[in-house]
Design a protein around this ligand. Sequence first.
Ligand code: FAD
Length: 407
Amino acid sequence: MSARVAVIGGGAAGMAAAIALAEGGADVTLFEHNEKLGKKLYITGKGRCNLSNDCEAEDVLANVVHGDKFLRSAIYGFTPKDAMAFFEGLGLKIKVERGGRVFPVSDKSSDVIKALASRIDSLGVDVRLRAQVSDIRREGEEFVVDASIGKEKFDFVVIATGGASYPSTGSTGDGYKFAERFGHAIVRPTPALTALKVKQNVSGLKGLSLKNVRLTAFCGGRELKSDFGEMMFTDCALTGPIALTLSSYVTRERGVTLSLDLKPALDEKTLDNRLLREFDSRKNQDIKNVMRALLPERLNVYALERAGVDASQKVNALQREERARIVATLKDMRFDVTGTAPFTEAVITSGGVALKDVKPDGESKLQAGLYFAGEVLDVDALTGGFNLQIAWATAINAARSILKKMR
Ligand SMILES: Cc1cc2nc3c(=O)[nH]c(=O)nc-3n(C[C@H](O)[C@H](O)[C@H](O)COP(=O)(O)OP(=O)(O)OC[C@H]3O[C@@H](n4cnc5c(N)ncnc54)[C@H](O)[C@@H]3O)c2cc1C
């Protein structure tokens, strides 16, 4: 027997859920408050849509920051290989790039949206655009979905309204409100995969990009996360790949300190010897000129200032303790985190519907027939296509569970 299913949110998870449900014979209505489907998908991967990562299920879970245990069944049930086959089945040509990142061959996210939307259309899903859902409640054996276009009754509801980041794409956090109505706890949503604001004045370093550096976050003496690679300075924050990674681990914490190691390949002794060699060969020059051999110009002056060393003094006037302070600064430049950049700039939302009251298939433990899929849940992962993999997998998992009950 068929069942009437409401999918709230026409983003990545909502579209995948609608397809799987309709393919299984459910009578699906997809509610989306934008004028078109997949507005956030459109801007993913800088407009290219890094739709998954060509890796094993276990590797996806290793890239999950919050919710790896919960996601196990969804990711094993719909692996990156399954996601790739799913998109190829929709007629989308895909390719794998550096780090296993999967993209459409055309490099156009719009082609991903077209592939999903055209399947939704051919399956006869009832797509309601400009349909803002304001309430979902239970009346007897049914759910009543209250949308700007009217009230309708359903047997099952999938909440796929996304997180709270990039609200201009339509992901405004409405799903939290719907979940709370059914008694669900919400883990406070915070911006993640975003820049880290710092107390120290870094405005002079704005735009400076660093390669092969190590950034480590500490909280109360505990190491939260360390990463090696590229980063950049803005006028008041640290950004770029490794800062973004760390943001996901620190966003829920207070009193976080960052340690920047500008020379991770050299231990303190080796770095000191290197400095000595440079200084010995250019004794009569200004320190800042000699330090150019080790650091970009602006950072060089900033580092000397942080080390409390006069940048324009001659090398031969430098004291041993001053050299030790330079080494310590280059190996462990500290920054106090004052917060993250806001939701408007955050790639992902950390927090959401608490997992303790959700079954591994996405069904609420508090209300039978109510499901959650995608970023609305308290799950998040690092960059590389993992967040979209989570959206597809949790959506397919929820759809399969509904179809099983329907039968
Ligand atoms: C700039 C940027 C780049 C990104 N790049 C990548 C990438 O390359 N790879 C990757 O894996 N991840 C990427 N992400 C993350 C990824 O886009 C999200 O994790 C993913 O879109 C989440 O899917 P979702 O379906 O749960 O939510 P969303 O895609 O946010 O969809 C939710 C939908 O619900 C609708 N909605 C919300 N409330 C209501 C309501 N009350 N009534 C009706 N409709 C409603 C919204 O309009 C929206 O269309 C990126 C994110 C951003 C912001």
